[in-house]
Design a protein around this ligand. Structure first.
Ligand SMILES: O=P(O)(O)O[C@H]1O[C@H](CO)[C@@H](O)[C@H]1O
Ligand SMILES: Nc1nc2[nH]cnc2c(=O)[nH]1
Length: 326
């Protein structure tokens, strides 16, 4: 595998400061909230318009590729499989953050999956990269402004549920917003009603019909043994969890743990997108003090590579089904 576990040379200091300042200036209006989103509604529309001006179709399905699933060296990966792709490196999109994590190529790709137009984030943004949650989730709003109604969020996660195995797929049926417990939420700050309501409900965040159908698809495609549904939780990272933390998360009812997705889903539901999400279980969480193994990002990327064919096939079928229901 090319480039496994070498930190990208593109690091935060390549962020275009003047671009970021533009957004801040548009939104300050004499009031600045340190913890709140500096992307005004208009600035998100502008980003969407920049992309719409350059793409001859408008996708209704948006996909976020998890670690290893959107790596540029994984030629068989989901993002690399889009037909007739039009690619936008993040640094070329006005006011967009950049990806700094190995396994996240750092580009938006528009193209066709099973003849259905989609847009795909080949690389997402994480809190531990230094981005606030509202910035990590901002591209979801761009998707919405482009016309996306259905979000597929994928991630790599550690398996807490003892019945899971490395390489399994956990369809997310619910999440526990641990960062929210600590008062951190992507919707913090003044609410922009044009995106959604001040107090969005989350009890039906993950579409039940899609969960049911995805399980049927998995069975029909011979992936039934790999697929579970469960509860995902996101911690801030970048450190992996201690044994005590993992034991606690298990007791709380978490089946898988990662460092993403929850803030994207909250933002998507806030603007009324239909959400489907799944985790690729890339490692089993270590809850035994005598275990000599340690969690590591190489393993996460390697399992993404191993499962790329199955995941591409699974997502293509889910996309086909979604397109029929629109
Ligand atoms: O959630 P994604 O981006 O798939 O990646 C997961 O894998 C990385 C750790 O190996 C972390 O970024 C964690 O969030
Ligand atoms: N927090 C966390 N994120 C992950 N991403 C992939 N595996 C893991 C894990 O074990 N813990």
């Amino acid at each position: 595998m090319n480039g496994t576990c070498e930190l990208k040379t593109k690091v935060l200091n390549r962020t275009n400061e003047s671009k970021v300042n533009n957004v801040e200036q548009e939104t300050q209006n004499g009031q600045y909230y340190a913890n709140s989103n500096v992307y005004s509604y208009e600035s998100v529309v502008k980003i969407a318009q920049f992309l719409l001006d350059r793409v001859p179709f408008t996708p209704k399905i948006g996909i976020i590729c998890g670690s290893g699933m959107g790596a540029y060296w994984n030629k068989g990966s989901l993002a690399e499989a889009l037909q007739n792709p039009i690619k936008f490196p993040y640094e070329d999109i006005p006011n967009f953050p950049i990806s700094t994590v190995e396994g996240h190529a750092g580009q938006l790709v528009f193209g066709y999956l099973s003849d259905v137009p989609v847009m795909c984030m080949q690389g997402r943004f994480h809190y531990y990269e230094g981005y606030p949650l509202w910035k990590c989730a901002m591209p979801v709003r761009v998707m919405k402004m482009i016309g996306v109604t259905h979000l597929i969020a994928t991630n790599a996660a550690g398996g807490l549920n003892k019945t899971y195995k490395v390489g399994d797929i956990m369809i997310v049926k619910d999440h526990i917003n641990m960062m929210g417990f600590a008062g951190n939420n992507p919707l913090q700050g003044p609410n922009e009603e044009r995106f959604g309501p001040r107090f969005p409900p989350m009890n039906s965040a993950y579409n039940k019909q899609l969960i049911r159908k995805a399980k049927e698809i998995a069975t029909a495609e011979g992936l039934g043994d790999l697929v579970h549904d469960g509860v995902y939780t996101c911690l801030g990272g970048p450190s992996f969890e201690t044994v005590a933390e993992l034991k606690m998360l298990g007791m709380l009812g978490c089946d898988a743990v990662g460092m993403s997705t929850v803030h994207e889903v909250i933002t998507a539901r806030h603007c009324n997108m239909t959400v489907f999400a799944f985790s690729l279980i890339t490692n089993m969480c270590i809850t035994d003090y005598d275990c000599k193994e340690e969690a590591n990002h190489c393993e996460v990327l390697d399992v993404g590579k191993l499962r790329e064919g199955d995941l591409k096939h699974f997502v293509s079928k889910v996309v086909e089904y979604m397109a029929q229901t629109m």
